[in-house]
Design a protein around this ligand. Structure first.
Ligand SMILES: Nc1nc2c(c(=O)[nH]1)N[C@H]1C(S)=C(S)[C@@H](COP(=O)(O)OP(=O)(O)OC[C@H]3O[C@@H](n4cnc5c(=O)[nH]c(N)nc54)[C@H](O)[C@@H]3O)O[C@H]1N2
Ligand SMILES: Nc1nc2c(c(=O)[nH]1)N[C@H]1C(S)=C(S)[C@@H](COP(=O)(O)OP(=O)(O)OC[C@H]3O[C@@H](n4cnc5c(=O)[nH]c(N)nc54)[C@H](O)[C@@H]3O)O[C@H]1N2
Ligand SMILES: [Mo]
Length: 767
């Protein structure tokens, strides 16, 4: 074992007794209190609001928080603590209008906390930055569009970048993707470039689909669920109900996560009077292993070794030979590599013991059907591709892809992040068929690949990018290498933010800079032909209509679709086939266009829009049709046992994982409590276990600096973070995103997709 891996990780039931934990299970009363607090801050009357009652139900609003499914038969309250927070945050009664901006310069606002920027309320009118006064001033929509159009027309198309954060509906997203290509570029980075791009790129190579193969139905039939690096209790809490039901019918759950995440341990259903009063929460994970960050490849190699051993002991009974022969390629090489991996190496990289991995393998072997779930703990690593390759391997060995109750299931992030990609937001020509663009609009689409998020950052740093349009999001905060990116941002010629609330990215304006306030999903959207619905796709490839009903924050605010259309019309030459105004008046027309552009996925889109449970656009791998180069599902040979890549080692180098608290949605900080981890107060903390504190001579509460241990001649450092003892494996520390983003190097990303390695940055603690 090297110095960083000096002691084995542990089962979660042997946790450090000192570490503070909320004594309550996930869900429970705490979740209701969290919602009430946000209701107070935003001035929205508590849970009784009509919007919440209709949330995630057919004909109502589809939650703008996570991408979890909206079931056909919803429960009375089909929302969770964090969905309610997101909804109330958007329904905010506070307003950040012209008056607010006349009172505050950007220099002053830059001193505000992210929480307070958004708490200033909903944006109400278009704003243009005035450098002389260092303030945003109100401007008329038509003036804004005219200047944006002039600026975009004045630059080579490939100098413009159109970013989308996974919020906007399919209709506006399709228009945005069309606008870029009509202009002559496909610089269409998306939030998934920082998130599940590892999935989109690598699953496509392995099994021929860029998305997961499961649907909700599989969770009613699986015998076991293997969980890797996804924090359900915080990031997709409605999934806990599904897990609870699965456990009740005998499904066994095994979790691998360096952090003891409360929701995956036990759950009290806040909607079950029995569980809330007499309180016997449901135990979720039967086995929970705190592996080292980046240790999943090694863990899965160990699990696979156990499967091969069992097959050796009883030939013909363990592997799914028929499936392997008919449907896969590469098994012999992969098998050989796994057999060759030594338990000593597996223990070293995973931080778990052979006995622990054997115990987990028993569960896998006992199951006829298994689902592999994963999140950012797998995707945000240099060797994220191999994390996913190994999980596919494990499943494929026993035919666990393409049958009921089985499959690989990434849990997606933003509520429409998957759908935006389905309708053309993406930097490749394959994301939007060129023949359709020609036939429908007479547009010759660009053939050159555009920029993803990392490429766009490189372009901003070296001056190749001149305009950054953002359909939602908060890039300056969400990207890696914050200090470098923030310094480069003002050199941009044009920045445009289509947004609901003020955030940090708005405070680093380009030379010409606009904030364009948009409707949120909960808001009523009335156009010339009447109320308009929008649509989104969930993590299980189901598509739903969503109808907002709340009073918009002001009469001036426009829909995302209208804003995209306004910018496009002002930028592009006249083309009678591009009916920006007609489309804005009637979103049905756009759904028809989406159906014509992507007929396999969206046939009869308008007719099926409000189908309860959404309509399923299907997945070939689910039917064992493999759209890969070989026409088969590919096994992936493990060429390394660590997901961390060539990270520097040494006694003092710690692997940093950046986490979400239970009181944030990405860069939106609702508050300062991380209830499920038993932490509250500040977010500038470094979690580290007591053994490591002692080894490094650190004391509880001590303020330290963190520096990145990647030598590129760039200094990356954050100051004044408080040492906080916490139950983590040796060799790693944890803290919050986005506060720690200045430490993550832009160059440190997943090999095939450039997803930043936010879960595996090598750092040093400086006392
Ligand atoms: N309330 C709320 N909901 C959200 C979000 C939010 O911020 N707030 N964000 C949304 C978005 S965009 C996304 S992408 C998803 C994110 O949801 P998740 O995929 O759950 O992402 P994270 O919270 O970043 O981290 C996931 C887990 O990975 C674990 N982990 C870290 N490193 C490793 C590792 O090497 N191996 C393993 N096995 N585990 C590891 C961490 O301990 C953590 O529990 O949630 C979405 N939903
Ligand atoms: N260190 C570290 N960094 C990370 C991650 C991590 O785990 N660790 N996770 C990464 C991941 S998974 C993701 S997805 C990215 C997220 O990155 P982004 O998508 O860029 O960030 P968000 O915080 O989701 O964006 C919040 C802003 O969106 C705007 N907004 C909210 N609702 C709407 C709406 O309906 N319409 C419009 N137009 N705007 C709206 C508001 O102005 C709000 O301030 O961050 C990534 N960054
Ligand atoms: Mo995400």
């Amino acid at each position: 074992m090297d110095e960083r891996n000096s002691s084995a990780g542990h089962r979660a039931d042997t946790q450090d007794p000192d570490t503070p934990f909320d004594s309550h299970p996930a869900g429970g009363w705490g979740s209701l209190k969290g919602v009430a607090r946000i209701a107070g801050e935003t001035g929205v009357p508590t849970v009784a609001t009509k919007v919440l009652a209709k949330l995630n139900k057919p004909g109502g609003v589809m939650c703008s928080s996570c991408a979890w499914a909206k079931p056909a038969k919803p429960s009375t309250f089909e929302f969770c603590e964090n969905g309610a927070k997101a909804t109330l945050w958007e329904l905010d009664r506070n307003r950040a209008g012209a008056e607010f901006f006349s009172q505050h310069t950007l220099a002053e606002l830059r001193g505000w906390h992210d929480h307070d920027l958004e708490k200033s309320g909903r944006l109400t009118e278009p704003l243009r930055y005035d450098p002389a006064q260092d303030r945003y001033l109100p401007v008329r929509w038509e003036e804004a569009f005219a200047e944006i159009g002039r600026e975009l027309r004045g630059m080579a198309p490939e100098k413009a970048v159109f970013y989308a954060s996974g919020h906007a509906g399919l209709e506006a997203s399709y228009l945005y993707a069309l606008f870029a290509r009509a202009m002559g570029h496909q610089n269409l980075p998306q939030s998934s470039n920082m998130c599940h791009e590892t999935t989109s790129v690598n699953l496509k190579t392995f099994i021929g689909t860029p998305v997961g193969t499961c649907t909700l139905e599989d969770f009613e039939h699986c015998d076991t669920i293997f969980f890797f690096g996804q924090n359900t209790g915080t990031n997709s809490p409605r999934f806990l109900h599904v897990l609870k039901d699965a456990v009740k019918r005998g499904c066994r759950i095994v979790t691998f996560n360096p952090v003891r995440e409360r929701g995956l341990i036990e759950f009290a259903d806040p909607q079950s009077p029995a569980q809330m009063t007499v309180g016997t929460p449901t135990r979720i994970s039967e086995l929970y292993y705190q592996l080292r960050p980046g240790g999943d490849i090694a863990v899965i190699a160990g699990l696979m070794k156990c499967v091969l051993e069992a097959e050796d002991a009883a030939p013909g009974t363990v592997l799914d030979h028929g499936f392997i022969a008919a449907h896969t390629s590469g098994f012999p090489e992969t098998q050989q590599a796994v057999r060759a991996a030594s338990w000593a190496e597996i223990e070293r990289h995973s931080g778990l013991t052979e006995a622990m991995i054997r115990e987990a393998a028993e569960v896998y072997l006992s199951a006829k059907t298994a689902i592999g779930i994963y999140g950012m703990g797998m995707t945000q690593h240099v060797n994220g591709w191999l994390n996913l390759g190994m999980l596919c391997n494990l499943l494929l060995m026993r035919g666990n892809i393409g049958k009921l109750g089985a499959g690989i299931s990434p849990v997606r992030g933003h509520s429409n992040v998957q759908g935006q990609r389905t309708v053309g937001i993406g930097e490749k020509s394959a994301h939007m068929p060129a023949d359709k663009l020609r036939a429908l609009f007479g547009i010759e689409a660009p053939t050159r690949d555009g920029m993803n998020a990392v490429h766009a950052c490189e372009g901003i740093l070296d001056g190749r990018v001149e305009a950054m349009i953002s359909l939602g999001g908060n890039l300056v905060r969400a990207l890696p290498d914050r200090a470098r990116m923030e310094a480069a941002w003002p050199r941009l010629r044009l920045t445009v933010h289509v947004a609901t609330k003020l955030n940090r990215s708005h405070l680093v304006p380009g030379q010409v800079s606009y904030i364009l306030p948009c409707l949120g999903r909960t808001d009523r959207d009335i156009q010339a032909t009447g109320p308009q619905a929008v649509s989104m796709e969930d993590t299980f490839s189901h598509i739903y209509g969503s109808l907002g009903g709340a009073e918009p924050p002001s009469e001036t605010v426009r829909s995302e679709l209208a804003i995209v259309a306004g910018m496009a019309k002002a930028t592009l030459p006249e083309n009678p086939k591009l009916d920006w105004e007609g489309w804005t008046e009637n979103y049905d027309l756009l759904r028809d266009l989406i159906a014509q552009t992507f007929p396999d996925d969206f046939a009869d889109f308008n007719e099926r829009l409000m189908q309860p449970g959404g309509f399923y656009r299907g997945n070939p791998a689910r039917d064992r049709i493999w759209h890969t180069e070989s026409g088969k599902a590919g096994f992936t040979e493990p060429t390394t046992l660590s997901a961390l890549g060539e990270a520097p080692t040494g006694k003092e180098v710690m692997t940093l994982i950046t986490l979400r608290s239970n009181d944030q949605f990405n860069t939106t900080i609702y508050g300062f409590s991380d209830r499920l981890r038993g932490l509250s107060g500040g977010r500038e903390i470094v979690m580290i276990n007591r053994r490591e504190m002692e080894r490094l001579g650190l004391s509880e509460g001590q303020k330290v600096a963190l520096v990145t241990a990647v030598d590129e001649g760039v200094s990356r450092r954050v100051e004044d973070f408080r040492i906080t003892p916490y139950d983590l494996p040796d060799g790693c520390i944890a803290g919050y995103y986005p506060e720690l983003n200045p430490l993550v190097p832009l160059t440190y990303h997943e090999k095939n997709s450039q997803t930043p390695a936010y879960k595996g940055t090598p750092v040093r603690i400086v006392a």
